[in-house]
Ligand binder design. Sequence first.
Ligand code: SF4
Length: 337
Amino acid sequence: MDKLLEIRDLHTSFFTHVGEVKAVRGVNIDLYQGEAIGIVGESGCGKSVTSLSIMGLVPSPGKVIKGEIYFNGEDLLKKSEKEMQKIRGNKIAMIFQDPMTSLNPVYTIGDQLMEPLRTHKNMDKNAAREKAIGLLKEVRIPDPERRLKQYPHEFSGGMRQRVMIAMALSCQPELIIADEPTTALDVTIQAQILELMKELKEKFNTSIMLITHDLGIVADLCSRIVVMYAGIIVEEGSVRDIFYNPKHPYTWGLLKSIPKVNMTSKERLVPIEGQPPDLLKPPEGCPFMPRCRYAMRICEQQCPGLYSVSGRHKAACWLLDPRAPAVEWDREGVSFK
Ligand code: SF4
């Protein structure tokens, strides 16, 4: 498999009137052609800012201050706005949590689906219309000819998200970035949308970057997971590594907060106590330290680098240092050995 996207040492900050908020602090991510990767973490961890940095859409007063983002070997950070406009929606498409923020309420679904086809693919009106009908069929919207003439408010939340997926697919992009695409939907529709994304990924061999706070939804769609916390990557590995052999206490916390199918009414989800650090003044040491029950003295003094666990499984935690006490995740809980 060829590498499609390579993010190297990405730093993105927001320059506010109270100081520099270091939202992304040295992120490295590789994504291969046809691969789906999940970027997981709670809000404010830098996952969405990472995706906006890829798209060249970091809102003011934000700015990428360091790093490289190679897409098919070309650094997107060196592209002009005009060049990025040719890439957005064409080679890289984005799906957002709330389709209403991306769909224009005053244009029909047909106009909005046809617009990128006419702009990026130079299709005439009839060809774009035919393609738009095909796309609506692809995302299983019934009666597509009639639906093309309707406005976004005439669609349900799930149907609007299907339209967004159709729009994202319209120019057959190599990469789709889906930022919390199912958060606003109920669980049944959520499952349908994820299943649809999975089918389309396989059919078109599109790479997917799924950004979510919910570790539970990535397992089915993604082969690899990157866990972010306070602007850095704290763990990454295959879905199997993260679910069956997690190494970072934050990942343990995320896993314990997912509902299980066989949960009894007496069992309770365990939230991660405390708050992430203030990224105006990121801590010198491990950013998870104030919330970590395994914290040691070194955790306060020095931020751990990513330790290799096996293959591409890595975690940034001093517990992986050979001198640290043995701590084992046993799926029911975590225990010292
Ligand atoms: Fe906890 Fe220390 Fe590991 Fe950070 S480095 S997660 S504080 S044990």
